[in-house]
Design a protein around this ligand. Structure first.
Ligand SMILES: CC(C)(COP(=O)(O)OP(=O)(O)OC[C@H]1O[C@@H](n2cnc3c(N)ncnc32)[C@H](O)[C@@H]1OP(=O)(O)O)[C@@H](O)C(=O)NCCC(=O)NCCS
Length: 142
């Protein structure tokens, strides 16, 4: 579901909540206002809700039509909603949308200490490609 500007605050809250409950740097050094603005303008954002309440979202780019490589920029699930398959559903939505648009692979970067996210990606076919800087680059061919 596309996200309108008035929903920016709930994305910000969810990200800040995820960041403060993380034992690895999730938003370190990120200008959150600029980042959210960029997502809203250029990324695809999918959300999962329980009624009105945002439970999780994934933001990804399907805009490099030359390389046809899609990129998952961010995914987060509210701490109280984790472990119920919402992350998996968001990831599957990203993969299905990228495939439908004719992309040939999907990439993402994850902190090596982010064990739950890394396992989720590995179980869904992502393979570590390189370790540029502090983040681990993972890719899945579609
Ligand atoms: C990573 C994240 C999105 C996963 O969301 P989620 O809704 O809890 O994920 P799911 O319920 O779909 O679980 C995915 C897998 O992780 C496992 N898992 C979930 N929580 C776990 C935990 N605390 N410990 C160990 N495994 C866990 C699940 O068992 C599941 O494995 P399975 O597919 O073999 O059953 C969520 O933990 C999160 O928001 N983390 C903070 C933000 C973040 O790190 N984002 C990724 C940035 S790269």
């Amino acid at each position: 579901m596309p996200v309108a500007r008035e929903h920016l605050e709930e994305l910000r809250r969810l990200l800040q909540q995820a960041d403060s409950s993380a034992d690895y740097p999730l938003l370190a050094g990120l200008d959150l206002d600029a980042y959210l603005d960029k997502l809203l303008n250029r990324a695809e954002i999918v959300t999962i809700r329980d009624g009105e309440r945002l439970q999780g979202f994934a933001a990804y780019y399907c805009n490099d039509l030359v390389s046809r490589v899609a990129f998952l920029s961010m995914m987060a699930v509210a701490p109280e909603a984790r472990g119920r398959g919402i992350g998996k559903r968001l990831l599957e939505t990203f993969l299905a949308d990228a495939r439908r648009r004719g992309f040939r692979s999907c990439r993402l970067e994850v902190h090596p200490d982010n064990r739950v996210a890394r396992q989720l990606y590995e179980r869904n076919g992502f393979v570590a490609r390189a370790r540029p800087g502090v983040l681990c680059l993972m890719e899945r061919v579609l």
